[in-house]
Design a protein around this ligand. Sequence first.
Ligand code: ATP
Ligand code: AH0
Length: 376
Amino acid sequence: MLKAEPVWALGTMSGTSLDGVDAAALLTDGETILGFGPSAYRPYSAEERAVIRAAFGRWPGEAGVEAAAEVVETAHAELLSELLEACPEAALIGFHGQTLAHDPQGLAGPRRTHQAGDGVVLAEVLGRDVVWDFRSSDVELGGEGAPLVPYFHFACAKWAGLAEPVAFLNLGGVGNVTYVDPREPGPEVPGAVLAFDTGPANAPLDDYMRLHLGQATDAGGALALSGQADAAAVARFLAHPFFMRMPPKSLDRNEFHALLQALVAPLSEADALATLVACAAAAVARGGEHFPSPPGAVFVAGGGRHNRALMAALAQRLPCAVAPVEELELDGDMLEAQAFAHLAVRVARGLPTTGPSTTGVSALVGGGRVSVPQGV
Ligand SMILES: Nc1ncnc2c1ncn2[C@@H]1O[C@H](COP(=O)(O)OP(=O)(O)OP(=O)(O)O)[C@@H](O)[C@H]1O
Ligand SMILES: CC(=O)N[C@H]1[C@@H]2OC[C@@H](O2)[C@@H](O)[C@@H]1O[C@H](C)C(=O)O
């Protein structure tokens, strides 16, 4: 176990959007952020993306999973070797892997979650201790296994010197939010954080663009901005049982796929995208009703903050200021990768990474396996 001195750690995220892998360096003792280091990004090629996409929804041992894991490991090994040249002092790596399937409620079989990519392989290749498989033990102990970034959001609020409750919103393929009260001493203290997935965010937009326009994304939200949201479709979306559940709660990337694509199928392309944007924003606003008190502001990270239609819809629906995390001098493209550096240090120090208020697990859990290079 590491001592409590701060160490440089690298963290990675390969998110549900499947655009590529983010990696970032962080100086932390697992509680306090002491500095941000270099970061790097490696997109997946179209071929690599297809291999991973073919394994979506699959569990270990099923067809295509090994090939997907190999793509994930290779991409991470390449990116992390590069980042280690910029930050050779990094002692530890937090490797999230790529979520292929997530069923913590056991809706389609046993309760389980599946991140492709083997930390043992990466530890050997990179010659560093690798912390990985962050979600399984939380799910095994009854939690949702997600979201995992909230304890890092708490550290970010402290780092930014905030003195009142705020929310951090990640708009990836799926959205997740953390209500943070930085007046509390630590994230594991009851009342310090409340976190949950808000609902689908960019995934339905990307899926629609790919299926109807042969493009990866609605850049800047331009097409959505030219359309009109269908209020009846948004109301039907909000009638989904997910929105009746109390947090903590989490989502599989594709849980809303069929419903949303069917709801917008009769609409024009611009109206369909405007409606999907309105659904993502409405889901966040619905989630905000669970906050114990109104936050001073919602700070947004993840690719969705580049979508002007989505940011405008959020500003319209939320009862407080909405701003990108850059307003706090944080990097909204690297926040998740930095979170896994922070979480790796927490695991190495034996500190919890999730708790009742973030995943619904009944006790504090330090989730993650540590693999040490054997040098063979
Ligand atoms: N310039 C842009 N304009 C509009 N949307 C964008 C832009 N840049 C990124 N996005 C959206 O953000 C998505 C990527 O966001 P991000 O990298 O935060 O997701 P992720 O980490 O893969 O997902 P998750 O957080 O759910 O795991 C893209 O797929 C796209 O939909
Ligand atoms: C199972 C899984 O990989 N979930 C992701 C996904 O993408 C966003 C949202 O859903 C979030 O809960 C989670 O990722 C972030 C990093 C988290 O665990 O905090």
